[in-house]
Design a protein around this ligand. Structure first.
Ligand code: SF4
Length: 446
């Protein structure tokens, strides 16, 4: 049972030393009760109090790790219902399903394509996380052979799918020493599956037809010494899966209901239709899956899901940023034009891509606007004439360019007068508002 803020306060040193960053122990206790800080932020808690607070300090959604051949994926450890309340920490793993009734060459070709897939997005390389190998044959040797075929091509983490304990044992034998997800344990096989999970120190997916049944099963399995579990509440359509996932997250976060305090696995691959599968996968990423299993791989299906995942799992208080500095595009010369923008990644890449496409050698100065876009940064006082002028000096722009002319984004045309005062001897030009209009502007005006 979760402790209240007052109960936690009674276990703290009550010295109000402020070392945790809060003015009082009570303020810290309230934040701890709300799962908004870690107990480790207070360096003065006694070992005895730590033991008593462990339950309260533990994240309401257990952290689950899959490991294989130097790869690792962590899911869970979430503490809020909504991203804007704090942040989401561990991105859901995106897995591609392969079946053991496929010919080995087909398995290898499919796995190789996924393994090689990487796509750039605002300076990051995005890719998929692993494979869910399903026993369709029901034969232990065939299952192990399919896993072996995957392993000849990729070392990424695995979800092993079979409800037959003997088949699962053969599959686990094929990846001995790894930590795959075992899927799964239901009301009939849970004891045998729990034994396998214990023997291989692997997390176990628990399958229930209702939340009540799931909670009952996780408690029984926990009683056998298994702590690392993943939940499959059974819903496969949009409505049922959304309701179940939301109820599980609410119960674990708001009520600290430990029997359902585990990540969820979702199977959009069962949708039976590619469009429906994409929508189900997008919903699962947003609400609240830890593992998402897709039926097959195609770049057009996967890319939007990777981008969605990246955006949802970016800390809203720390926008994706690029390093401030003076960037060279198309091998600029001293006489090349100089543009300025902010260090919000999407802004930077929008501008840089448009400029690069023109083929015009250009200097692009990226000012430190704390990762905000042009208008937001200007409204927040993070992108003003003073900062731009300071960037010109910090990045030694005058040593690189021969024309003292700088192009401001059109959205901050209002800064041009002030910037001329901050940069005496410079000509300030106002560029277009949108990056897409830069090529025409550069060709006609610069
Ligand atoms: S660091 Fe610990 S003892 Fe000091 S104010 Fe914070 S909670 Fe209290």
């Amino acid at each position: 049972m979760a402790l209240s803020g007052i109960q936690i306060y009674k276990l703290l040193p009550q010295t109000n030393c402020k070392d945790c960053g809060f003015p009082t122990c009570l303020a810290f206790a309230m934040k701890l009760a709300a799962k908004q800080v870690e107990l480790s932020a207070c360096p003065h808690v006694s070992e005895e109090a730590k033991a008593q607070l462990a339950e309260s300090a533990a994240p309401p959604v257990r952290l689950i790790t899959l490991k294989s051949n130097g790869h690792e994926i962590k899911v869970g450890n979430e503490v809020v219902l909504f991203r804007h309340e704090k942040t989401f920490y561990n991105k859901p793993g995106l897995f591609i399903r392969v079946r053991d009734d496929q010919p080995a060459d087909a398995v290898k070709a499919a796995v190789a394509a996924v393994d090689a897939y990487t796509v750039g997005y605002v300076g990051m390389d995005l890719g998929l996380d692993g494979f869910a190998v399903e026993s369709v044959s029901g034969d232990a040797a065939t299952f192990a052979a399919a896993i072996g075929a995957v392993r000849t091509v990729s070392g990424r983490p695995l979800v092993l799918i079979s409800k037959d304990a003997q088949v699962m044992a053969a599959g686990l034998g094929a990846v001995d020493g790894e930590q795959p997800l075992i899927y799964g344990a239901d009301g009939d096989n849970w004891e045998a599956m729990a034994d396998l999970a214990k023997q291989h120190k692997a997390p176990l997916a628990v399958i229930g037809s209702s939340l009540d049944e799931l909670a009952e099963l996780t408690e029984k399995i926990k009683g056998k010494g298994i702590e690392d579990m993943v939940l499959d509440p059974g819903g496969r359509d949009l409505s049922t899966s959304l309701v179940q996932a939301t109820q599980i997250r609410r119960l674990s976060i708001k009520k600290n209901f430990r029997p359902l305090g585990y990540p969820i696995i979702a199977f959009p691959c069962d949708a039976g239709d590619p469009a429906r599968e994409s929508v189900l996968a997008a919903q699962a990423i947003a609400k609240y899956a830890g593992f998402v299993v897709l039926g097959d791989f195609s770049p057009e299906k996967v890319y939007p899901l990777l981008v969605l995942r990246e955006n949802i799992y970016t800390d809203p208080q720390k926008p994706i940023q690029v390093q401030p500095g003076l960037y060279e595009i198309n091998d600029p010369k001293p006489e090349s034009p100089l543009l300025v923008t902010t260090n919000f990644s999407i802004t930077y890449f929008s501008v840089a891509n448009e400029v690069e496409a023109t083929g015009i050698p250009t200097w692009l100065m990226v000012a430190d606007a704390e990762g905000m876009s042009v208008l937001t940064a200007w409204a927040a006082g993070k992108f003003d004439a003073e900062r731009i002028a300071k960037s010109v000096k910090t990045f030694n722009v005058e040593d690189k360019v021969s024309q003292k002319r700088i192009v401001l984004p059109g959205h901050v045309a209002v800064l041009s007068g002030e910037l001329e005062e901050e940069l005496p001897g410079w000509e300030v030009k106002v560029g277009p508002r949108e990056a897409v209009d830069l090529p025409a502007f550069m060709k006609q005006v610069l």
